[in-house]
Design a protein around this ligand. Structure first.
Ligand SMILES: Nc1ncnc2c1ncn2[C@@H]1O[C@H](COP(=O)(O)OP(=O)(O)O)[C@@H](O)[C@H]1O
Ligand SMILES: [Mg+2]
Length: 243
């Protein structure tokens, strides 16, 4: 089971959004996914309720846990193994905490979403610094971490001065090639997921068919992220095997 954690000190950075995209892609690949909500909200459970109401949720492949402390986290991780999860994705609360430290220590990869705005960027770099220092302190340097750029303007739109400056800093740090565009389909989806588990519905329902191409495009981004994660994790495994 690969454990992937979404973390950022700042709220609204895109943790849940990038988790949705990754679940969408992994689900399409037939993977079993344990989703851990370590944030103080119920968005992920509302997502399941929404899917259940549409009769599109897939309990066989996707299972949710809500946890409040490291004891509950340990139990959930055990149950996720029993569930046969290929991936455990953890959505965390903003800020540092004992729980977040325990989660970091037990992750294979930490994803830190951020947009390129100047204010957000400082906090993102702070998050990355914290994550890397903590892992170094704990001798857990095998845990990979990287920035995931979110709300990236479309190709034909120029970066603002702030964004360009941010980009120069980001480029010097570990960063995913995958980027999440600023997209109005994402904006309205807070507790609805990203159409991952109900694509069949999109194809069969006439009015939904018009929306389908947009979600297909988003799903492709999820697949790109999944590919990058798999590649990074397997090359780090190989490097460890070689030692
Ligand atoms: N790329 C994007 N394009 C448009 N809206 C986005 C994008 N990423 C996030 N949002 C919106 O911004 C809000 C915060 O994103 P979210 O993923 O919930 O952040 P976090 O989980 O880090 O708090 C949500 O309403 C979400 O739909
Ligand atoms: Mg969130």
């Amino acid at each position: 089971m690969k454990t992937i954690t979404f973390m950022s000190f700042k709220g609204g950075a895109g943790k849940t959004t990038s988790l949705y995209l990754l679940v969408a892609a992994l689900h399409e690949r037939g993977k079993r996914i344990a989703v851990i909500n370590a944030d103080h909200n119920d968005v992920l459970h509302q997502w399941r309720e929404y899917g259940l109401a549409l009769n599109t949720w897939d309990d066989e492949h996707v299972k949710l846990w809500k946890i409040l402390d490291d004891e509950e986290m340990a139990e959930a991780a055990e149950e996720a193994e029993e569930f046969g999860a290929d991936y455990m994705l953890i959505d965390t609360a903003g800020g540092g905490s004992d729980l977040n430290d325990a989660i970091l220590y037990n992750s294979d990869m930490v994803i830190i979403p951020s947009d390129l705005g100047r204010q957000e960027l400082d906090q993102t770099i702070e998050t990355m610094q914290y994550v890397q220092d903590y892992l170094k302190d704990q001798n857990a340097s095998h845990v990979l971490s990287g920035f995931l750029l979110n709300r990236v303007p479309l190709d034909n739109k120029q970066f603002s001065a702030d964004e360009s400056e941010g980009w120069e800093i980001m480029e010097t740090l570990p960063i995913f090639d995958t980027r999440i565009p600023d997209n109005k389909r994402i904006k309205g989806q807070k507790s609805k997921g990203l159409m991952d588990l109900y694509r069949n519905d999109l194809d069969s329902d006439k009015s939904s068919r018009f929306r389908a191409p947009h979600y297909t495009r988003l799903l492709k981004i999820g697949h790109q992220l999944a590919d990058e994660i798999d590649a990074a994790l397997s090359s780090s495994e190989e490097a460890r095997d070689a030692v």
